[in-house]
Design a protein around this ligand. Structure first.
Ligand code: FES
Length: 174
């Protein structure tokens, strides 16, 4: 018996246009790591792959396409995409800066990091600079407490931040 099909994307061609062959190949590489009947286990990397291919954010149509591809109910994909702060559901700047404000970073000066970013970029959490260069987000502990205060720019960790160090990091991100 075939798997049930969920979602609005009844037209396979339409779904495949949303997920390029490169994207599907990357998702397939992840699906292959799990038992055949558990392809939904690839949901986390699949959303990362689709998000990266779409300029850093996910749309409802893309979430539906992922649901179709992984044979999941759309609501289950939406739950994952909205639960984790690493997924974006609206356009963001070219560089996403995630500032950890959890306890270790807070005790070591995350407030100053946030204030300095606000002063330099003129934006706060959840905002994007008018030139679409930066988006700043608040992050939960990113597992680098020993280097607090820290932030992540894209996928790169920056630790033991000072205003001068933040300036250098921003300057390097064109
Ligand atoms: S509290 Fe900031 S990285 Fe852990």
């Amino acid at each position: 018996m075939g798997q049930p099909k969920w979602g609005k994307w009844k037209n396979r061609e339409e779904e495949e246009n949303l997920l390029s062959s490169e994207v599907r190949q990357q998702i397939d590489d992840w699906i292959a790591k799990y038992p055949p009947e558990q392809k939904q286990s690839a949901i986390i990397p699949a959303l990362h792959i689709v998000q990266a291919a779409n300029g850093g954010y996910l749309t409802d149509k893309l979430l539906d396409a992922v649901a179709e591809y992984l044979e999941m109910r759309p609501i289950s994909v939406y739950e994952v995409a909205t639960f984790y702060s690493m997924y974006e559901l609206k356009p963001i700047g070219r560089h996403k800066i995630s500032v950890c404000t959890n306890i270790s970073c807070q005790l070591r000066g995350s407030d100053e990091v946030v204030a300095h970013l606000r002063k330099r970029l003129g934006i706060g959490f959840g905002e994007t600079t008018p030139d679409h260069r930066f988006t700043v987000k608040e992050a939960e502990c990113l597992g680098a407490c020993g280097g607090a205060p820290m932030m992540m720019a894209g996928r790169t960790y920056h630790e033991n931040l000072t205003p001068a160090k933040i300036d250098q990091i921003l300057e390097a991100l064109k």
